[in-house]
Design a protein around this ligand. Structure first.
Ligand SMILES: Nc1ncnc2c1ncn2[C@@H]1O[C@H](COP(=O)(O)OP(=O)(O)OP(=O)(O)O)[C@@H](O)[C@H]1O
Ligand SMILES: [Mg+2]
Length: 308
C-alpha cells in the first residue's frame, strides 16, 4: 500500500513582478512504517512541497495521493494525514491541551467522546497528562511541540508530515521527539520530516531525499547514500607492535602504517592480502571509514546536479 504518492509537483509564487519557482519537480512515494527525511537548504521548497502534500496549498501542476485519494479533490483524503508545520500553527495557544485535542478531533470527524478518549490516550503516551488543563501558552516549547504531534495524530492518520520537528528544542526534548517519531513509525504510520539537523536525519530516516531549487537532487536509502559516498578505507588496529619484516611487506602492498600498530588500507583486495601478512597477530579493531551525512549533503548541494 502506498501511503503517499506525489507526482511532478510544481508551485510558482508571484509577488508583484517577482516570480519564484518554489517547487519545480517533486515526486515521491512512501510506504507504511517508513521514515523519510526531506532535506535541502533554506528556500529549497521543502515547506511548500509539504503544504501541497497536506492539501493546504494547491499545486500548479502534478498531483498528490494519500492512501489513493487526492486531498485536493477528495476531502476524505485529509482523514489520513496529520501535519505539524513550522511554528506549531496547528494548535491554539489560549486553549488547554485537552481542549485542543477535542477541538481538532471533532474537526477531523471524530465525535466529542472519541476525540476526548483519543486525546487522553495521546496525552498519557506523550507524558503531558499532568498538563492537560494548562493553557498551551504556559507550556514549554518541548511540551508544545509534543502537543502539536498529538493534535496531528488525534484522528490516527496513516501519514504524518513534520516540518522541522526539533527546531528550537533542547537536547532532552529533541531526544523525546526522536523516540516519538520512531514509535509512531513502528505503529505502521509513514512519516515525512524536514530538518536542518542532519545527524537527526541520519539517525531516524530509512530514506533520504535531497531537494534544491525545487528539484530533487538525490534519493536513496540512508545506508545507500552513506555507502556510496564513503571511500573504501579501512583501519586495522593491532594489539601488539608489528615486526620489521611485516612492516616492509605491508608497505610493499601499499598500506600506510602509523606507530607500528595502525594500518590504513584503501582497497578491499589489499585488506585481504594484509590479513595474510598479519596472520596470526591479534587484531584489536577493524574499522571502515564512513562518510557523515553532513559531508554528503554538502557535496550533493554544491555539485547541484542529480547524481544519486
Ligand atoms: N507564500 C509565498 N509567497 C511567495 N513566495 C513564497 C511563499 N512561500 C514560499 N515562498 C518562496 O518559495 C521558496 C521556497 O520556500 P519554502 O518555504 O518551501 O522553502 P524551505 O525549503 O521550506 O526553506 P527553509 O529550510 O528555510 O524552511 C522560497 O524562495 C520562498 O521565499
Ligand atoms: Mg521550510
Amino acid at each position: 500500500m502506498k501511503v503517499l504518492e506525489a507526482q511532478k509537483l510544481k508551485k510558482t509564487f508571484r509577488r508583484g513582478k517577482q516570480i519564484v519557482e518554489a517547487v519545480r519537480d517533486v515526486s515521491l512515494t512512501m510506504f507504511p512504517g517508513e521514515i523519510l527525511a526531506f532535506l535541502g537548504p533554506n528556500g529549497a521548497g521543502k515547506t511548500t512541497s509539504i503544504k501541497m502534500m497536506a492539501g493546504l496549498i494547491e499545486p500548479d501542476a502534478g498531483w498528490v495521493k494519500i492512501v489513493n485519494k487526492d486531498p485536493h479533490r477528495n476531502p476524505a483524503a485529509l482523514q489520513q494525514v496529520g501535519a505539524v508545520l513550522e511554528g506549531n500553527r496547528n494548535i491554539y495557544w489560549r486553549l488547554t491541551p485537552e481542549e485542543n485535542l477535542e477541538y481538532f478531533g471533532v474537526l477531523k470527524g471524530l465525535t466529542r467522546r472519541e476525540a476526548r478518549k483519543s486525546g487522553i490516550n495521546l496525552l498519557e503516551r506523550f507524558g503531558l497528562i499532568h498538563k492537560r488543563r494548562t493553557p498551551v501558552q504556559s507550556l514549554s516549547r518541548g511540551m508544545q511541540q509534543k502537543l502539536a504531534f498529538a493534535v496531528a495524530l488525534i484522528h490516527q492518520p496513516q501519514l504524518l508530515l513534520l516540518d522541522e520537528p526539533t527546531l528550537g528544542l533542547d537536547v532532552e526534548a529533541t531526544e523525546d521527539v526522536k523516540i516519538l517519531v520512531r514509535e509512531i513509525a513502528a505503529s505502521g504510520r509513514a512519516i515525512l520530516l524536514t530538518t536542518h539537523q542532519l545527524a537527526i536525519a541520519e539517525e531516524l530516516a530509512d530514506k533520504i531525499i535531497i531537494i534544491q531549487k525545487g528539484e530533487i537532487l538525490a534519493e536513496a536509502t540512508t545506508q545507500e547514500l552513506i555507502q556510496k559516498f564513503s571511500r573504501t578505507a579501512y583501519t586495522i588496529k593491532l594489539e601488539t607492535e608489528l615486526d620489521e619484516t611485516r612492516i616492509l611487506e605491508l608497505e610493499k602492498l601499499g598500506a600506510d602504517l602509523r606507530e607500528k600498530k595502525y594500518i590504513y588500507i584503501s582497497k578491499l583486495e589489499i585488506l585481504y592480502k594484509a590479513f595474510d601478512i598479519l596472520n596470526p597477530l591479534p587484531i584489536q579493531i577493524i574499522e571502515k571509514e564512513q562518510a557523515a551525512l553532513t559531508e554528503i549533503f554538502l557535496q550533493i548541494i554544491r555539485e547541484g546536479n542529480r547524481n544519486v
